[in-house]
Design a binder for this molecule. Structure first.
Ligand code: NAD
Length: 338
């Protein structure tokens, strides 16, 4: 059994700078390193990547040291790591770090499977180290403004659109694990409730895995939620709407404009106002929250929350996606004849 005394034993000294390493020098890891290099209270020890060209790029970009293996980084002595290696490696790398009593921030999704996620959570709890999951969208100031606007309200429904073009590098996951998991986390966080019903519609138009998903949910608290996500839209869009009994809140997560409609009158009139939204870089806010968690605060996104969101995403995938268009090619207005 893990006692509180053991758990607090590994909390970091509030005064000393935390020695942090980044694992994975791809898109996300390079951003982690860039932000950590400029963060008060953190000392970036270096970044790990097996690919020499990725190490060289990170060194050039951030000016930090680079290592070819996790062991080399850990050999330098670190208090904490952020793991931004491909998702299928999160489990192995997190367990190796936790076994050395190192605090861990792991990128979303926490792992490839729910079982792996549970194992990471259990290992961190046994070792008494901090575990946080990188659901960075929670730190988007527009999301924070929406969360504040609906606080104390009776939430009825949530709609989230997260669409865009195909990513330049196709990973081995589809749009549900890559994109919708962000919004599953937001729905759970906004409603402070678990998702209890899942109605997914998936199809694959171009990719092997699903590249279009329309997902419907019901939470234990009775909120209906909907996610529309795909890789077939020529531009990026990220929009959230929340209907409560007293308000209708609309947020654009890219332009960071958040508006609420309120004061509904029987004649159909209502008032509308733009809400103040902060300017913080979400990743910077997330990493600051991680440093605070290492120093003893409750992690802003716990391992259990990361596993719960992954579990819902995986439930959405239980039925394989169907081809987007029927075969032979359907008749319809898109076909040009002659
Ligand atoms: N929070 C977000 O918004 C967000 C956005 C994108 C990606 N991610 C997550 O971040 C993780 C990385 O995604 P990415 O887009 O940066 O991928 P990426 O492919 O750009 O980067 C992954 C890097 O890890 C390296 N790597 C491979 N094996 C390694 C090992 N054993 N040790 C260390 N490094 C290793 C690869 O060489 C590559 O440089 C994924 O889990 C992904 O889901 C999160």
């Amino acid at each position: 059994m893990v006692t509180k005394a053991v758990a607090s034993h590994h909390k970091a000294d509030a005064q000393a700078a935390l020695r942090i390493g980044v694992i994975g020098a791809g898109i996300m890891g390079s951003n982690h390193a860039r932000v950590l290099a400029g963060l008060p209270g953190a000392e970036l020890v270096g970044i790990v990547d097996p690919l020499p060209e990725h190490r060289a790029r990170a060194t050039q970009l951030v000016g930090c040291r680079a290592f070819a293996s996790v062991d080399e980084l850990l050999g330098e002595g670190v208090d904490a790591v952020t793991i931004a290696a491909p998702t299928h490696l999160h489990h192995e790398i997190a367990l190796a770090c936790i076994a050395r009593n190192i605090h861990v921030l792991v990128e979303k999704p926490i792992a490839s499977t729910v079982e792996e996620g549970h194992e990471i959570v259990a290992a961190a709890s046994r070792a008494g180290v901090t575990l946080m999951v990188g659901h960075v969208e929670r730190f988007n100031p527009a999301v924070a403004a929406i969360k504040q606007a609906i606080s104390g309200e009776d939430i009825l429904s949530i709609g989230i659109t997260r669409v865009g073009p195909f990513p330049p590098r196709m990973s081995n996951v589809g749009v549900v694990i890559d994109l919708a998991v962000h919004d599953i986390d937001l729905i759970r966080w906004f409603t402070e409730s678990d998702i209890v019903e899942v109605q997914p519609q998936l199809s694959s138009a171009v990719a092997e895995r699903e590249d279009i998903a329309l997902l419907q949910f019901r939470t234990a608290s009775g909120v209906l939620a909907h996610i529309n996500t795909n890789w077939l839209t020529p531009f990026k869009a990220r929009n959230v709407t929340v209907a409560t009994r007293g308000k209708y809140v609309m947020g654009d997560l890219l332009t960071r404009q958040v508006t609420e409609c309120f004061g509904f009158k029987p004649d159909g009139s209502y008032s509308m106002r733009h809400l103040p939204v902060g300017h913080d870089e979400p990743l910077r806010a997330e990493l600051i929250a991680f440093l605070r968690a290492v120093r003893g605060e409750v992690p802003a996104v716990t391992g259990d929350e990361g596993v719960a969101s992954l579990e819902i995403a995986i439930r959405c995938l239980e039925n394989p996606p169907r081809p987007a268009a029927s075969s032979p090619p359907r008749k319809g207005p898109r076909r040009v004849v002659g």
